[in-house]
Ligand binder design. Sequence first.
Ligand SMILES: [Zn+2]
Length: 252
Amino acid sequence: MQDIPVVDFHAHLGNWGRFGMLDTPELFLSCMDNAGIDLACLNCIFYGDSYRGNDRVAEYVRKWPKRFAGAAFISANYPEEMVPELERCFGPLGMKFIKIYPHYVRVSHDDPLYFPIYEFANERGLAIMSHATHYFDPPSVSVYKRYENLVKRFPKINWVMAHAGGGTSSEVMRAVRDFPTIYVETCSSGLRNGGIEYAVKNGRADRVLFGTDMPLLDAAQQLAKVIVCQITDEEKKMVLGGNAIRLLNLKL
Ligand SMILES: [Zn+2]
């Protein structure tokens, strides 16, 4: 297992002093080294606008191209800035995928508000990571239906459900099985018994992506739950890095 490349799909760049993480490259790198993470995909959602955070991410990637890859945070708070910022992120900044965070606008990510982002991503076959459900969703919401609609409308986008869609539920895994462009990412503050095994066996091993939520969560703890779970070494290799390398065309 030691030579398996480990890619963290879900790392937040920024200060989160309450959790002992600061926007300091040395600190990020030492956390990654301690946990055994080769490369972290950074997104920065902690500034009011997208530009500053994306610039900060690009700075890290420029300095440590073998340790960091960039995820472009696109804020729906400023709809008129979405496409120009996408062009900047996927032009000069060299980002690898898109991160959206509907919490800030309280509008779910299947709303037409986001469609300019999706049209851009669909033309280029990009991946987009978002929470699959939101605290402001009506109780009747169906994750399956939500993603079925998105997948049909934007078939070339790879949809990454952060936190495995809020838990590796049977409905989420049914969506993973039915739609080849849906992925789930593993970070979570809690995980039901056998959650990773369920995602791999009832979803698909080639569509599960390891993530840490660093600095909000401890990277080593997030890694441990994949390393010790009851799936094959080949499946662990896919989850821990192989799938991300393929999806983002990373050179490690
Ligand atoms: Zn997160």
